[in-house]
Design a binder for this molecule. Structure first.
Ligand SMILES: [Mg+2]
Length: 123
């Protein structure tokens, strides 16, 4: 994937997320009543993305950092992605109803004594 394709994918993700944010956690009949035909939906003002986009952008930043350091692989990826997720975890923007699993995982990533290379510490 080229940088342009990645940027386009992330913009598409953010726009779709912002369109869906006002109806997050609604059922389909409620969504249809609220929005009407999806092709005619307007972007809300302000357009607010959810934790899903925030965490995807954190992952993308971590991947970009890892890529800048050489060929990408699990060992090169782990540290920058971990740092980005921990930064997001502490961010004041982390206020968009993130799931408990994400919060728990990021809180564990935040613990320096939990070395990601030791699989026995997972769980
Ligand atoms: Mg979410």
């Amino acid at each position: 994937m080229t940088k342009r394709a990645a940027t386009g994918a992330l913009i598409g993700l953010a726009l779709g997320d912002a369109l869906g944010f006002p109806t997050e956690f609604n059922d389909v009949p409620s969504i249809l009543a609220k929005t009407g035909p999806w092709r005619e939906m307007q972007l809300p003002h302000p357009a607010i993305v959810t934790d899903d986009t925030q965490m995807t952008l954190a992952l993308a930043r971590g991947m970009r950092t890892a890529t800048e350091r050489g060929p990408i692989g699990p060992l090169r990826l782990a540290r920058p992605v971990r740092e980005e997720f921990v930064d997001w975890y502490h961010s004041p923007e982390n206020n968009r109803a993130p799931g408990n699993t994400c919060l728990k995982a990021c809180s564990l990533l935040n613990l320096p004594e939990r070395d990601w290379r030791d699989a026995s510490q997972v769980g």
